[in-house]
Every structure is written in structure tokens, then in C-alpha cells.
Design a protein around this ligand. Structure first.
Ligand code: ATP
Length: 511
């Protein structure tokens, strides 16, 4: 655990030191669970957003993108169920005065048991070597069986108290499991209460005519209320999708873990409208397609896993998360939900407008079913950033800190250096920049020895460095150095644009 904490602390410190993420309003000591993206962070975030948008909208002839407002008519949130059902169960420890999400306390407890099982498996693997049969081990080893039984029992009870909204049962579960507050170490808990996560605000100046509004807690509803506008004006035929990226706001009870859980964050969502009865086929399709998108970034298959939901939201008939191996363990990165016709039907009911699709082949109208993919942009940022940050020991025994961002996402793609600040080398470097900047984000650096400049760019995540030296004056070649392999090769200046465009093309990455 200490090790995980250390890694995570390094991630946070590095994100600040290299201009990726700052605490919001830091000069006033910050605002809890709100963060700002710095000069490099804004670029990385934009690149992730573009990578998602292009894979969804540009690459699918039947998906279009919109940009709906954050403010929406308040009835939207009645229809969507957020006014009545967007609650988290919270519990306070009376000694530490710390507040927790009751479900998270139980889930963390369950995860610890899971970790014990994983440890047993690793140990047994070591002991038995090649002869080890994992399946046999987990189905016969008494310790594993006992722990698995415990996990299953907790899951059943957790699902029950959540589904039945049994707040007393929830508290009892925490008491029975003897869960202690991580801060005070005591079991002195309050009752479990429900807490609505939407931020309220007012529209209009005068007190009596002002209208109560909410800051949207998800971008999805902006898509549902525009379903017919887009379908008609875009002449879309089922199946088709509407994509959107944008800010969402949630008054999270426990907002810890840096940008993993924030009060203001950004979502990238796509609602795919399908014929009723075909939703599970499309659900499987989108699960697979989204996992492929993640894999395309090359951050290691072992760092992703699906988690099928035990407890389905009131609107869903199937749901899974893509979990990622964050510095604090596997946690939800993206959700894929089969939402049935819940949302469109609810908006029909509350608005009195028909939200149907006329199917010319069937010669009838129906309310489409929806399969949704929903990923947090900031969470994706954390996944990419934390996995990319590495300490490497080199052949000569020295170490380097390197941010091995997928090249396509890196904020600065190329840094150009003159070996020395004289003999016309800076001018050539500048000419190279002027040529490359049409396609790529490029940076100039002439300070310190070249080795030091390389290390600076390694730590900042820049995939390519170009050095102009005296040989350049003779034969118009430069040194091109790769961040990950640290390999250097001599290339012609005229070839730079094509080499870089090939390396950084979205086709190469997404394909
Ligand atoms: P969690 O269980 O972690 O609270 P959720 O199941 O409520 O998440 P969804 O409502 O399905 O999340 O939202 C879709 C995605 O939006 C999540 O997979 C996550 O990546 C992102 N997300 C949700 N809440 C936050 C938050 N507070 N900060 C950052 N990202 C978030």
C-alpha cells in the first residue's frame, strides 16, 4: 500500500512540476476536488478528447456530435430521475468527523479480501511453478474458498440494501463487517443518509421570478432532449449515435484521489439509438469497440478489465465498466450501459412530445432503445498520465524520469535544439520549427547541455527531439532522438515532416 501511495504522490507532484495539473485557485489554498489544467495538461486533455471524438464521430458514418448547453430546463432532471434518485448513501464517523460513501466503505472492504486471495494465488504460483493450476487452486484451497464465500455474501447484501434503499440495513452491514474509519480507527458511525449530488443555481435576477436550475450532472440528457432535432435534421436512420463531450458537475461526498473524482469534470458520452430487441447485440459491440480504443494506446492489456454490474441502475438492462489499473488499484474508467427506452420514454411523458423513430422498413414508429458509452475525460487523463510516468535505470546505472505518453496524445510532439547558441544553428532550428508547426506542436530550447535538454523533454513527455549541430551546416541533416528508446539517427531536414506525420498519424494509432 505504501508503495502505491508513493507512486501516486509522485504522479501528483510530477503533474504540477511539468505544467499538467494545478490545484484550482491555489493562491487561496485551493478548492477541494477542483483542479485546473496547465499549459501541458490542456494540450494532453484536448488530444485525448480529439482522439475520442475522431474515433467516434469521424470514423463512424452513423454517429454525429453535438454540443448542448450546461443549463437545461429543470424538468429534464425530473424526467431523468436525477431529482429523486441521484443520491449517494453517506455515513459519518463521529470521532474523526470524516464523511464516507457507505457503498465505497463496503466495496473497499470487499476489495481487501480480494487482494488477499490474489496474494495467495501469487504465492502458490511461485511455490508450484509450472505445475500450478490456478483454476484448481481457487476451487479447492480452503482459504480462498472461505474468502470467496465472504465476498459473495457481502455482494449479495450490498446489492440488496442498495436496491431496497434499506438505509438501516446498510448501517448494519457496516457494523457487522466491523469496518473501521481509516482516520480515527473507530467504529463509531452515524446512521446512513441519502444525499443528492446535483448542484443547484438560479436563473434570473429577481427573487420571486428566479427559476431553480441544476448544473448538469451528466452530458447524456443534452443528447436525449435533442434526439429528434438531430434525427430529423441529420436524416439519421436507426441504428445511429449522438456523441458529446462537455462539463458535468456533481457534489461528490468523498472527492479524493486527485482528478479521479472531482466536483467539476468532463465527460465524453455517446448514445447509440437502436431497434428495441437489438440492444444487447449493440451493447456487446460497444463493449468490444471501446476496449479496442483503449488498447490502441498501447498501455498494456493487463491494465484493463471488465466489471459487470451486480446492481443495475433503474434505467438499465445490462451494464459494465471498463476498469483501469490506477495507482490505487483497479477502478472504473468508463461505463457501457444498455439504458433501454427509459430516457426517451420519460422525456415523452414529461414534455408531452413524441420522441419516436419512424422505421420505413417496418412501416411503424417506435421509441428506440439506447446503448451508452460514457467515459470521464479527466479519469482518462489520470489513467494515461499515471501509467506513462516511469523511472528507468539505464545501462550505465544512472536513472531517468520519463513520461512515456502515447505519442499521439503528447502535448508537445517535437522539441528542436541548436547544439550551441551560435554559428547560425539557432536560425536553422527556428526554420525547422516554422516548417513543422503547421502540423505539430513544437518547442524550442537552447538552454543547458543537450543531454540535460533531452532529460527535460523525457520528463515532460515529448516523444521526439531534433538537434541541429555543425554537421547540419554541411549536409542538411539533423539528429532525431526518440524518447522511449533514446535511439538517435541522422535524418535529412527535408524528410522530417514526412517521418513525423507518419509516426503521429491517427490512422497508424487507431488502426
Ligand atoms: P463512480 O461510481 O466512480 O461515482 P459513476 O458510475 O457515477 O462513477 P457514471 O455516472 O457512469 O459514473 O459516469 C460516467 C463516467 O464519468 C465514469 O466512468 C467516470 O469516468 C466519469 N466520472 C463520473 N463521476 C466523476 C467525477 N466525480 N470525477 C471525474 N470523473 C467522473
Amino acid at each position: 500500500m505504501a508503495n502505491q501511495d508513493d507512486t501516486f504522490k509522485k504522479v501528483i507532484a510530477h503533474a504540477k512540476e511539468y505544467g499538467y495539473i494545478f490545484q484550482s485557485s491555489e493562491i487561496y489554498d485551493g478548492l477541494s476536488a477542483v483542479y485546473d489544467y496547465g499549459q501541458n495538461g490542456a494540450e494532453l486533455k484536448k488530444n485525448i478528447r480529439d482522439y475520442w471524438w475522431k474515433s467516434m464521430v469521424q470514423m463512424h458514418q452513423n454517429i454525429v456530435g453535438i454540443d448542448a448547453a450546461i443549463f437545461m430546463h429543470p424538468t429534464t432532471w425530473k424526467a431523468s430521475g436525477h431529482v429523486d434518485a441521484f443520491n449517494d448513501p453517506l455515513i459519518d464517523n463521529k470521532d474523526s468527523k470524516k464523511r464516507y460513501r457507505a457503498d465505497v466503505l463496503v466495496e473497499d472492504y470487499r476489495e481487501k479480501i480480494q487482494q488477499k486471495i490474489d496474494k495467495d494465488i501469487t504465492k502458490a504460483k511461485k511455490r508450484f511453478g509450472d505445475a500450478f493450476n490456478e483454476n484448481e487452486f481457487v476451487t479447492t484451497n480452503p482459504n480462498v474458498l472461505r474468502r470467496q464465500k465472504q465476498i459473495d455474501e457481502i455482494t449479495v447484501e450490498l446489492t440488496r440494501v442498495q436496491e431496497e434503499n434499506d438505509l438501516e440495513g446498510f448501517k448494519q452491514l457496516i457494523v457487522d463487517l466491523e469496518i473501521v474509519c481509516p482516520v480515527s480507527g473507530s467504529k463509531n458511525w452515524t446512521d446512513v443518509r441519502q444525499f443528492n449530488l446535483m448542484f443547484g443555481t438560479k436563473l434570473g435576477a429577481s427573487a420571486d421570478s428566479a427559476m431553480d436550475l441544476y448544473l448538469r450532472p451528466e452530458t447524456a440528457q443534452g443528447i436525449f432532449v435533442n434526439f429528434l432535432n438531430v434525427q430529423k435534421t441529420g436524416r439519421m436512420k436507426i441504428p445511429f449515435g449522438i456523441a458529446q463531450t462537455g462539463k458535468a458537475f456533481r457534489n461528490e461526498i468523498v472527492a479524493r484521489q486527485f482528478i479521479f473524482r472531482m466536483r467539476e469534470f468532463e465527460q465524453m458520452e455517446m448514445q447509440f439509438f437502436v431497434k428495441p430487441g437489438e440492444e444487447l447485440k449493440w451493447y456487446e459491440y460497444w463493449k468490444e469497440t471501446r476496449l479496442k480504443w483503449h488498447m490502441s494506446l498501447g498501455m498494456g492489456e493487463e491494465n484493463y478489465r471488465f466489471h459487470d454490474h451486480d446492481k443495475l441502475a433503474h434505467y438499465a438492462n445490462a451494464a459494465a465498466d471498463i476498469e483501469f489499473n490506477f495507482p490505487f488499484g483497479f477502478k472504473e474508467l468508463e461505463g457501457i450501459h444498455s439504458r433501454t427506452d427509459f430516457d426517451l420514454k420519460a422525456h415523452e411523458e414529461y414534455s408531452g412530445k413524441k420522441l419516436k423513430f419512424f422505421d420505413p422498413q417496418l412501416n411503424e414508429s417506435y421509441v428506440p432503445y439506447v446503448v451508452e458509452t460514457s467515459i470521464g475525460l479527466d479519469r482518462m487523463f489520470l489513467a494515461v498520465f499515471s501509467k506513462s510516468l516511469q523511472e528507468e535505470t539505464l545501462d550505465d546505472g544512472s536513472t531517468r524520469t520519463v513520461l512515456k505518453l502515447p505519442n499521439i496524445l503528447a502535448p508537445i510532439k517535437v522539441a528542436v535544439f541548436p547544439l550551441v547558441k551560435k554559428d547560425g544553428l539557432p536560425d536553422i532550428a527556428q526554420q525547422i520549427i516554422d516548417d513543422l508547426k503547421w502540423e505539430h506542436t513544437v518547442l524550442y530550447d537552447e538552454k543547458d547541455a543537450v543531454g540535460k535538454r533531452y532529460r527535460r523533454q523525457d520528463a515532460a513527455g515529448t516523444p521526439f527531439c531534433i538537434t541541429v549541430d555543425h554537421e547540419t551546416l554541411e549536409n542538411q541533416t539533423v539528429t532525431l532522438r526518440e524518447r522511449d528508446s533514446m535511439k538517435q539517427k541522422r535524418v535529412k531536414i527535408v524528410d522530417l515532416p514526412s517521418i513525423l506525420s507518419e509516426e503521429l498519424s491517427i490512422k497508424k494509432w487507431l488502426n
